[in-house]
Design a protein around this ligand. Sequence first.
Ligand SMILES: C[S@@+](CC[C@H](N)C(=O)[O-])C[C@H]1O[C@@H](n2cnc3c(N)ncnc32)[C@H](O)[C@@H]1O
Length: 270
Amino acid sequence: MHTPETNVTGDGFCASDFSAAARSWWDSDADDYHARHPTYLGVDGAEFYWCPEMLHESTARLLGRPAELRGASILELGCGSAPCSRWLAQDLGDSTFITAFDISAAMLRHAGDHRGVDLVQADAMALPYRGDSFDVVFSAFGAIPFVSDSAALMREVARVLRPGGRFVFSVTHPMRWIFTDDPGPTGLTAVNSYFSGDYVERDERNGRITYAEQHRTMGERLGELTDAGFRLERLLEPEWPADLDVSWGQWSPLRGGIFPGSAIFCSTLD
Ligand SMILES: C[S@@+](CC[C@H](N)C(=O)[O-])C[C@H]1O[C@@H](n2cnc3c(N)ncnc32)[C@H](O)[C@@H]1O
């Protein structure tokens, strides 16, 4: 979802540096981001796509069947303009309590008509909710790749989720990090180690982080999830649809036809 220019380590920074970078980055990019992806982001309504491969919740039903979700409390992490939560609110009707939060006020301002969704500005590293508050927590590429300590975030999600609750999230597929962020042929050559390397851009004038995404190997993501008390039920690596002829940053038909771009983790709190 972003075009990298340099790869440097994020060592030496603290959690609030990453939160500040995310807030500032998404605040400044919010208008352009919605102009670039109007269909995906349901700009004229609401849509719930899990990933650039356009897997829609109406067909995937990763959060559960509508009959199971009616009356549930649902939380979305890093919701942006909350297209996913807004679609869920339409799909499930009034009986469901949906709350969605994001660190960026500018992203939240794009939410438009958000009837049925409680929108909150908050940092995922300090969830402003009591323990055992939700039946379902989900995220479509929100917050998890951008925080410095995603293991701590998994523990926070476990804290606010009720036992037996469901946690589903999508992120960039871990193997994507070995390639440059290029949708064309250059992006088919492995150049980075799979085993290390967060992606951090800094302002050369003052050293501050301006954009960061955290890399986790597949094993690390699973370890963080299970260490927090979750049981993995399904891991999806959606294929690129044959009729999808769009590019989005590094996601493209060329790369999507060869290796996965997104990973979706479906889990339950034991
Ligand atoms: C790629 S967008 C995903 C949101 C939505 N699903 C979409 O597709 O637009 C990533 C979102 O994560 C949010 N985010 C990043 N770091 C965060 C943090 N520490 N706490 C809460 N939200 C955060 C950003 O502000 C941004 O809106």
